[in-house]
Design a protein around this ligand. Structure first.
Ligand SMILES: [Zn+2]
Length: 385
């Protein structure tokens, strides 16, 4: 017997599993994995905890029901990530690590993105615990989705899990998502030389170079938009956002150092490596002859764009069961990685992305039972004889 939904969600939310590139904010996800593994063991799943290379404090969980735990063709994967983004507790009205049940919502860090998907998936799976499945049902819980996607990359490196179909339970308001943009976060750094502002020949101004770089990037953005459109997206072109800049120290000093961070979102079908190379070349050309040094680096490894057939059987069934037309989103998920493993992949889950990464994040309780019911129909279709 599984514990009640609210109890399970509270157990998961109470374990901080924040992913961050800042080492003293970054937390282990093992406690979340252990809760899930215990519940899945009780349901008769065979569970495997897969630590990340050189990160014994981070792991994926692979839990399989049916097919006697042996490798077996076909079947369905329900996947989600166990980590959350960092939290600013001062902005919350209640403890982010304690689920608050109020206004038909469960408030808590990760309640919608996406710890809440696991009790949904487990309650759906519980129905099949005693039944013979013709094809395996696999539940996958990953680490580090919110930072490097190291968990999903590790799955691909190991070639597991194998199945025909996968649902990633990110909060989509129960709308099946068949495509999303790729996401890259890039830093452009210009090293110049500082000096007294009264004589420009005493240094090399990094901000002067950055001004050229920004102009170049804005032209590049326009070119990308002219060359690439996808009618499935509300913003139907790739985007390039100049998001954040740090430079210099004083008005009366030549700016010795400037750093610009940009967010690049590419459409399915675009080759992110090629676009990255082009972008770097454009920046280098803009800086040429300036007496400053320019480097381009990625903040995280890029999340590739994703697209599966809009009329695929899983998308169609999710659409019919939830009464929502298939659509696209502009945020990144692990979908590309599961697709690489050979699964027809759809992003679909309870809660809204509007609440993700926000103070007072919540999961709409009205989504929970419909999500469980829908998953049970899907499991029955893809795993039962
Ligand atoms: Zn998420």
């Amino acid at each position: 017997m599984l514990p009640k939904f609210a109890y399970m969600l509270n157990q998961l939310v109470a374990e901080p599993s924040i992913s961050s590139t800042t080492a003293d904010i970054d937390r282990s996800n093992l406690r979340v994995i252990e809760h899930l593994a215990n519940w899945l063991d009780d349901l008769g799943f065979s569970t495997e905890i897969m630590p990340l290379p050189e990160r014994p404090d981070k792991a994926n969980l692979i839990a399989t029901l049916g097919a006697n735990g042996k490798p077996h063709p076909g079947g369905l994967v329900l996947a989600g990530h166990t980590d959350t983004v960092p939290v600013d507790e001062a902005l919350w009205q209640s403890d982010p690590f304690q689920v608050r049940d109020s206004n038909q919502r469960f408030y808590g860090l990760g309640s919608c993105d996406m710890k809440g998907f696991f009790p949904v998936a487990l309650h759906a799976a519980a129905e099949f615990a005693e039944k013979n499945l013709a094809a395996p049902l696999t539940i996958v819980a990953t680490s580090d989705e919110e930072s490097s996607m190291a968990g999903a990359r590790h799955l691909v490196a190991n070639g597991i899990p194998k199945a025909d179909y996968a649902i990633i339970g990110e909060p989509t308001g129960l709308q099946p998502i068949y495509a999303h943009k790729g996401v890259s976060m890039i830093t452009v750094t210009v090293h110049g030389a500082a000096g007294h502002s009264s004589d420009p020949s005493l240094g090399s101004n990094a901000l002067d170079t950055m001004h050229e770089v920004m102009g170049t990037l804005m032209c590049f953005r326009q070119e990308l938009a002219q060359q690439h459109q996808h009618p499935g997206f509300t913003v139907n072109v790739p985007t390039l956002n100049l998001g954040c800049m740090r430079a210099g120290d004083n008005p009366n000093r030549i700016c010795g150092h400037a750093e610009l961070q940009i967010d690049l979102r590419l459409l399915p079908g675009m080759d992110s490596d090629a676009v990255h190379r082009q972008l770097e070349q454009r920046c280098q050309d803009a800086a040429a002859g300036s007496n400053t040094q320019l480097t381009v680096s990625t903040i995280y490894p890029p999340v590739p764009p994703f697209e599966s057939p809009a009329d695929g059987s899983l998308t169609t069934m999710l659409s019919e069961l939830s009464g929502r037309n298939p659509g696209t989103v502009a945020f990144g998920t692990e979908a590309h990685f599961l697709q690489t493993l050979g699964m027809q992949t759809v992003v679909w889950g309870p809660g809204s992305i509007d609440q993700a990464h926000q103070p007072d994040e919540y999961l709409e309780q009205a989504h929970i039972q419909p999500a469980i019911d829908t998953l049970q129909r899907i499991i029955s279709r893809y795993c039962q004889a």
